[in-house]
Write a protein that binds this ligand. Structure first.
Ligand code: GLN
Length: 291
């Protein structure tokens, strides 16, 4: 069958899905199967697609029709200008998280310039935060921790892909992952995008997220704040004096997380908004003489 006809069938299959861009998605999936780029697909409409690939394409479009995320279908997600490999079992990087990364990049430049610094990322997923920081700031040594195997596998694939030698990845439950390495008091920056969805909000997530993305990367306990309750107090042991703690949050968690950080003695605690004007990140500085 020719590319054009096949695309049309694919687009028809997925055109009624909410949160989809049927033409682009069909083109991306077919491009991936044929190992060519979008432009090739658009300019070779008459070319014949071998039958096994036709079958495979239709299978994938059926999956997409059921809400399976396009990023898992093509094993790809762009984040901070980098092409991340993704697969089921890691959270698909969100554009919102670029707010946190951009903030940290600027912060590094202002406060540390080119001096060597240590960064810790808790809950690496595909490596979106840790690897993009390591990629764009070679003076940083980035430590990343995740409790699950798939994120460690995927982040290691991406680490190779971006040829990063300033990243170290460990398995463990938050700070346990780096216990015994002598890193207490050594971090200039600790960052995290922890699971933060509250129980009451899980049901209203779109199907792509709820049915296919790892729930353990999303669910943050009854009120969504469980991970902040653990990370904020424990981070003080691992941050240097004047070190920065920076956390992604849900749009309605700004007040609570600011309060938690202030209670723990952090200074200059502030909320950073995303492009929609919603609270997205909280940051604060560890002061001297904390326990
Ligand atoms: N921002 C993600 C979402 O809304 C949640 C990510 C997280 O829990 N850290 O799907």
């Amino acid at each position: 069958m020719e590319i054009n006809r096949l695309l049309k069938i694919g687009v028809d299959k997925i055109k009624d899905r909410p949160y989809s861009n049927p033409v682009l998605e069909a083109v991306l999936v077919l491009g991936e199967l044929l190992n060519v780029d979008k432009t090739y697909i658009y300019t070779h409409g008459e070319e014949k697609v071998p039958q096994p690939l036709v079958d495979r394409f239709l299978e994938l479009m059926d999956k997409r029709k059921e809400g399976y995320p396009i990023q898992y279908l093509i094993n790809k997600r762009e984040f901070m200008g980098l092409d991340f490999y993704v697969e089921e079992g890691v959270l698909i990087p969100r554009q919102d998280t670029e707010i946190l990364v951009e903030y940290v990049l600027d912060y590094i430049d202002e406060k540390y310039g080119d001096s060597p610094i240590n960064i810790l990322d808790l809950g690496i997923g595909s490596g979106a935060i840790s690897l993009s920081l390591a990629y764009y700031r070679k003076n940083a040594t980035v430590y990343g921790v995740d409790i699950h195997d798939t994120p460690l596998k995927v982040a290691n694939i991406n680490k190779e892909r971006f040829r990063l030698d300033n990243v170290k990845l460990y398995k463990g439950d938050l700070f346990e992952g780096i216990e015994g390495l002598g890193l207490e008091g050594k971090f200039h920056i600790i960052a995290s995008n922890p699971p933060y969805i509250a129980r009451k909000d899980i049901d209203s997530l779109q199907r792509e997220v709820k049915d296919y993305e790892p729930i353990e990367a999303l669910y943050g306990g009854e009120d969504g704040l469980d991970y902040y309750r653990r990370i904020i107090p424990d981070s003080k042991k691992y941050l240097r004096e004047e070190g920065l703690l920076v956390l992604e949050i849900g749009f309605d968690q700004g007040k609570d997380v600011v309060h938690m950080m202030e209670e723990e003695g952090f200074k200059e605690v502030k909320v950073i908004k995303d492009l929609q004007g919603l609270d997205r990140v909280v940051s604060g500085i560890k002061v001297k003489e904390l326990d």
